[in-house]
Design a protein. Structure first.
Length: 328
């Protein structure tokens, strides 16, 4: 009789036939920062902190020492610096460029990734520039936004970013950013494109962390409809043609089918973002004693990798890297 259970009989046999394994090199750690000497716990994301620059550098160093190759930066910008043209996003003396320089100086081998989008800088809280017509209805301007995103990407490149990650979902931004980077000799700066970023309820806790929720309207005219997957493949083909180096699917755990399809459709590496709401679901269930946190986290990350992700952006990166180091 054929008995599949023989391959599950002992830990040794299971470890030989395991198809997907995790390592700290699979993780990108998202880090929040602000213009303040104190570190602030983020209410909407228990266990996650908004760091001062000094602490950010320390935190990134500790993560890197655990084998995590990269961090991605999310700034909370002071209300007074937010404007309708989001000009602070390309200020060379701004918070993000200063953080990049400090990180690269302290940890030269750490890969520093930046988020390219206007929402933390925009008084409207949208990822793009907003126009309001006489009747008060909002339009998110595409091409005008792309111009500013190019300036933002160049500002991050000048500060030393290794990878810029446009999370705005405007059309044509990958090609435009590639051209802008190349024209200023930043041919080695990579683009990790948020290829299939869905208009998801699971970003709620993140927007609380940065005070970056849209003041009016929603993001459905640029982020994707959760019901669509063929559209994700259309975005995949476009990002590839426009010169993206890596693609991303976001959220991750509830979009495993999209990860698998994007992976099949492109030869580019696929990243997946386990977003704040996914983090919070596990974290709060574990805090209530209803889930085994370690087991649930490692299982969720394994599933994302099994679906086809080469790398995972996750708020659990540090914890998971620690667990993997002590895994039996
Ligand atoms: C904004 C951005 C968002 C996230 C990453 N970049 C929020 C949004 O699009 O509203 C969400 C990350 C998370 O929920 O963990 N450009």
């Amino acid at each position: 009789m054929i008995r599949p259970r023989r391959n599950r009989r002992t830990p040794a046999i299971r470890s030989m036939v395991r198809e997907t394994t995790l390592s700290p090199a699979d993780f990108i750690l998202p880090l929040f920062l602000h213009e303040d000497d104190a570190d602030t716990p983020i209410d909407s994301m228990p266990g996650v902190t908004r760091w001062s620059l000094d602490s950010l550098v320390r935190e990134a160093g500790e993560a890197h020492a655990l084998g995590i190759p990269a961090v991605v930066l999310f700034p909370k910008i002071e209300e007074a610096l937010k404007t309708a043209d989001a000009a602070e996003c390309h200020n060379d003396a701004g918070l993000v460029p200063r953080a990049i320089r400090r990180l690269k100086q302290a940890h030269p081998t750490l890969c520093v990734i930046t988020d390219v989008a206007l929402d933390p800088y925009n008084s409207d809280g949208h990822d793009g520039l907003v126009r309001r017509d006489e009747r008060g209805s909002l339009t998110i301007l595409n091409d005008e936004t792309v111009e500013i995103l190019c300036r933002q990407a160049l500002c991050h490149a000048r500060a030393g970013a290794d990878i810029v990650a446009p999370s705005d979902m405007m059309d044509g931004r990958v090609g435009a950013i590639r051209e802008a980077l190349d024209s200023e000799d930043f041919t080695d700066v990579s683009i990790m494109s948020y290829t299939a970023k869905y208009a998801s309820a699971f970003y709620g806790p993140f927007r609380g962390a940065l005070d970056s929720a849209p003041k009016e309207g929603d993001k459905k005219t640029y982020q994707m409809d959760p019901g669509n997957i063929r559209e994700a493949l259309r975005e995949t083909l476009l990002d590839e043609a426009e010169g993206a180096d890596m693609l991303m699917v976001k959220p991750a755990g509830i979009y495993l089918d999209v990860i698998a399809k994007v992976r099949e459709t492109s030869t580019l590496p696929v990243a997946a973002y386990q977003v704040s709401g996914e983090y919070l679901m596990i974290k709060s269930a574990a805090a209530a004693g209803w889930l085994d946190e370690r087991a649930a986290v490692l299982e969720s990350l394994t599933a994302i990798k099994r679906a086809g992700a080469s790398v995972i952006l996750t708020y659990f990166a540090r914890q998971a890297a620690g667990w993997l180091a002590s895994a039996s």
